[in-house]
Ligand binder design. Sequence first.
Ligand code: HDE
Length: 703
Amino acid sequence: MAKKNSAQPTAKGGNKARDTRGNGDELQQLADGGPVLTTQQGIPVSDNQNSLTTGERGPTLLEDFVLREKITHFDHERIPERIVHARGTAAHGYFECTKTMSRYTRAAFLQKAGERIPVFSRFSTVAGGAGSVDLPRDVRGFAVKFYTQEGNFDLVGNNIPVFFIQDAMKFPDLIHSVKMEPDRGFPQNASAHDNFWDFISLTPESMHMIQWAMSDRAIPRSLRFMEGFGIHTFRLINTKGDSTFVKFHWRPKFGLQSVVWDEAVKINGADQDFHRKDFWEAIENGDYPEWELCFQLFTQEQADSFAFDVLDPTKIIPEEEIPLTVVGRMVLDRNPDNFFAETEQVAYCPANIVPGIDFSNDPLLQGRLFSYLDTQLKRLGGPNFAQIPVNQPQCPFANNQRDGHMQMQRHKGRVNYEPSTLDDGQGPRASQAKGFVSYAQRDSGDKMRIRPESFADHYSQARQFYISQSETEQGHIAAAFTFELSKVETPAIRERIVGHLLNVDKALAEKVAKGLGMTAMLKAADAKVKTQELKPSPALALLKKMKETLEGRKVACLVGEGADKAIVDALAKAAKDEGASFFVVAPRIGGVKAAGGETIPADGQLAGSPSVFFDVVTVVLSEASAKTLSKDPSAKDFVTDAFAHMKYIGHNVAAAALLDAAGIAKADRDEAVVELSGKTAAKSFLTSARKLRFWPREKKLAS
Ligand code: HDE
């Protein structure tokens, strides 16, 4: 036996790996046949379990290059996260031009209907860190990298068509105010705190955006069910050099849908990756997220006739005034191979633009043109981040930029400059004919720091947004203001916000003031420009625009022991016919035995699969299992939540006992709570459930 402190004798030429943990053989079997593990230098590794030590129980040797390399790499595995939009989800896919736009733009990817190019899209929340929850009340980023034939075009937008501020100078203040307060480190990923509302209350230009942010748009059901917007006015330039203004819109194929606030709160607790998982699974299941790309095109003359400035990013052009032209579709059909390599390292930049598209003087956009490259130099560590595969153009590219951190290319030859006679004409040269040419806009004037008079109306479109909403959505906006402001400790801030709301809509201001328990009504905030009465735009209301469909939605079926399998099968078939997915929830993950003795396999266990995960809820129980589940808090919550969230609920006769136990009294059951009896019950129930929620219930529950 070797002495404890002596070195192990070596068997001819080296240390033999020994595993004393008991499962060495199992590990060896796993290793056999696969590729050999190597260091980054390609050196084969003999033991990936143990450090190199002097003797069996001795100190680890500094010489252990395998361990040092592994640990060093691990130490450096994180890069600085994005200061905004840190938490994101992304996928690959394609953009297909469906209508030639050559009349307006020379952009190569918009010339031929039917032509496809690759894209990579990333969706994000703004305020939280990379590990935060998916469903805070927040704006969502909607960024698309088009790998066009003439270089990368990045459309770096949001799911809301306006922004909080008019000038880039205010962006660091806005973001500082919304992020966690710097002394206490909370709240994370939530706008409901003093700093944010203090800033907003002192920034009247945010009034339009804040209406959107308090609406259901800020709590989308799925990243697949939200719109996207480029926000700023851009230009399209055709081969003749003519310019047309454009605003970019993305419209989701499956329509719009949001959650209700209580649902958001519960989803965040039950599954903080709710959106990320939904997106990943939809693509894995072949249920590809899809959007139409639309252009809102307008001329300089039209721009001059609008009541607001098209350079002001706190304004929209209602779709009813300038309709949308559908120019293509984006289909996301491939999940990334590696989250870090692609989703984390992708670098979007509004300055990435292709010939045929150009910027406008929107002062928010102008600031962004600087910010993103600067951010990426820091975040990705140097000037060669465009060589990371997800950022690389998928067309030929060449220039004389050289060296720098992480240079991946082995440039050949002696010439790294232009002009040169030594490159035999092989070096890259600028091309007047093919190159990007800026629109020859005439700009002149004195140097100044000033907010144009034409940006001064902060309330008219805020009001237009509010009055365009359905009554249900107006109620949600008032509730969101009340909730957020109730978390604000400083009364003066709450009062200033209500003062602004008086300029937007008196009834809204009164509702919020009442919700906050204010005893006296306040004075309206001073406004530079009086609120104009603009025509309502139904297109601004999510509920007026949503599609009645179950496509891409999730139908849950809670089953118990002894359930009638025929009803479950009929529901599964009907869900499939509707284009929805079907998810069986059971008290145990092993499933249940149906009345006939067959097993009904489960997709999820009851306590881990609350009804907030699903769009439509069904319950199929035997009399005995209804009795048992009537005592189970998870089962009761399953139906109580579905009811409180205005969902369609289908149940077999026996399952009515669970509804009774959960406090959903027979008299309160409305037309969206349906007893499933008869052969066609499943089908007709799911046809009616296309509406997704039964909103009249909300009013009844509140009364
Ligand atoms: Fe951004 N923004 N932003 N932003 N933004 C970033 O760039 C910035 C703005 C948007 O999935 C950062 O690479 C300034 C409007 C999206 O990777 C940073 C201003 C809109 C994403 C930055 C704005 C956006 C970002 C952080 C005011 C909608 C995530 C990391 C002038 C049109 C893209 C990064 C992704 C990310 C700066 C305002 C959208 C710091 C200075 C308006 C979707 O550069």
